[in-house]
Design a protein around this ligand. Sequence first.
Ligand code: MN
Length: 743
Amino acid sequence: MEDKLDARFQELEQKLKNMSEEDLERVRESFQYAKTYHEGQLRKDGSPYITHPLEVAHLVAELGLDADSVMAALLHDTIEDTDATYDEVARRFTSAVADLVEGVTKLDKVKHTSIEEKQMENLRKMLMAMAKDVRVMLIKICDRLHNIRTMEFQSERKRREKSLETLEIYAPIAHRLGMQRMKWEMEDLSLKFLDPVAYAEIEEELSCQAETHAAFMEKIQNEITGRLEKEGIKATVYGRVKHTYSIYRKMYAQNKTFSEIFDLYAFRVIVDDIPACYSVLGCIHDMYKAVLGRFKDYIGTPKPNMYQSLHTTVIGTEGIPFEVQIRTWDMHHKAEYGIAAHWKYKNGMANKQLGTEETFAWVRRLLESQQDTDAEEYIRTLKVDLFADEVFVFTPNADVINLPAGATPIDFAYAIHSGVGNAMTGAKVNGRIVGFDYQLKSGEIVEVITSKNAKGPSRDWMNLAKSNQARTKIRQWFKREKREENVATGRAMFEGELKRLGFTIGMITTEEMLPFILEKVRFNSLEEMYAAIGYGGASAQKCANRVRDELVHQDRQHAEALAAEKAAQEQTAQAGRSSADSGVAKTGSRKSVSGVIVSDMTECMVKFAKCCTPVPGDEITGFITRGFGVSVHRSDCPNARNGMNREDEKDRWIKVTWDPSSLNTYKSTLELIGKDRSGLTMDVATVLGTNKINILTFNLQSLPDGYAKMSIVVEIRSQSELSSMMNKLQQVKGIYQVARVSG
Ligand code: MN
């Protein structure tokens, strides 16, 4: 037995003869190590366990993978099934080898459950994502192929399980990776266990006609070879009967009998270059009658899994149809070994950090160069698989949920249902409680703990969720459930931002400015904007920035318009100096909302300075503010006087006049000082009342020595009304001073 093992290992060394002596030594060490650890373990057929890893290593070597992969194949069951540990393998060999072993071990733990077809694709993706390094998957496929080749001694149940899993999971993955040979073998062996009757039927049909087949194939092969020789095309030609599972699929999927299977035979013509492929195609179509609609140019348009060949179906002289596949040697190797072919046939690739992002760049380039739409889909899924920007986790019911990399239990819960997310109070991963910030890994089983009394999502969940789906659902919840809170938070956030930019909320809530602001931020009201900011549907910073832009814009427009008007007015004044009254007549004809005419403008925002509260009749002057129109001061207001003397603001002061036609009232603040007595305030109020003057506010303040000060804000129509008013107040008994407040 020992001799047999050693002989088989010698054969492995033969397959690795291109490897450096140093690498070969490491492979030998791995074999010894695995042999020692598996000592005493037997396979179901009674052979030493080590024969299995050794055969897997053969398959891996045949794929042409690197030394690390061959070592990992030899060691692939040590961590799981013996006393060996990851650390020991890493120490003894390298962590790269230990990682590959661990990767294969992890894939073993994902149980294939009977799930629906649409879930199957997710399960395949999960395995690919878990593999991370494509070599892990290639080793796993070799492992599976050997297992299924040697299943005879397993229990019936185990055989069915493994066969189904192979057919549904590993054969499609092998197909995706372009490894036709292994795919076919896995399919045929699985079928043999799953549907032994149909398998036997097909095998029998094939063997019954074996001689006929052989004769037919030899004849066609000779015909083609002869013709190509005559044409001077160097080619290798061979024929085969299609593999059992593909015949089975055609019989059952298309409900046909064996004799109705259209293309039982396939011939391969392998040539040196692409032009030769098309020359061969010409010859074939010249020799045999082509079946319409069966020609496929997979050279011009490669299949999604990188497969390239010309396919055509023709009818031979006996009336038997057969398929011809024409390809170059390079295409042939890729079709047989798929992604692995790149290791086998690209020298220098081996041993160079295989499995790193950089190494995959060529896979990506290769895939991206394909234009076919199917290919695009393939690229998308393959990229996802190889570069793992997704994670795949199980629900407790073994459904596979697909989430973006870095996803947390929050993403998982909302992927199940928004109701589950909103009622979540905790989460378990593989049966252990985890935090909401736990990052899920492919293959984990996730369980959400919910409660009827859950308070709903908290705001920091927005930061913990990775998927847009979860974030949208959390946002919706806040939008719906917490309107008042949203408005308050949103308002505070917005005002904070605005303050940071140097503006106050008062600057935008004026009647004149608000419509512009709302249009700019695209909300119907400030409250709506606050609510949106509050639940995260809008950004406080973006809104504040927009508001700032609008304020600056408005300011610039006013300043420019006013400057232009001022210039125009000066010209008119010069031109019309001979007729002094024309200007007055002109202004007099204008209407103004504010009661003040700003130069020649009608459409202009005007406000009255709080410091001096001018009223009609007062001499006034206007100041062009930054963004809020013209502010009107009394000419004798100290602020105005100071302002006009300032060099940098001189140009902003403009001429304004009262609109004589206006019936507006104006606020004016009066200050009265007098000897306090009972009935003083009533007497003052009576004077104002009998003269039909509205009082807006009235403050009384006691001063020392029995005096009192009254501050009264009144509504007044003109300066003359105000003067007569002040005269009357002066006559109230005890009042000795009446003054207008200014500055
Ligand atoms: Mn194994």
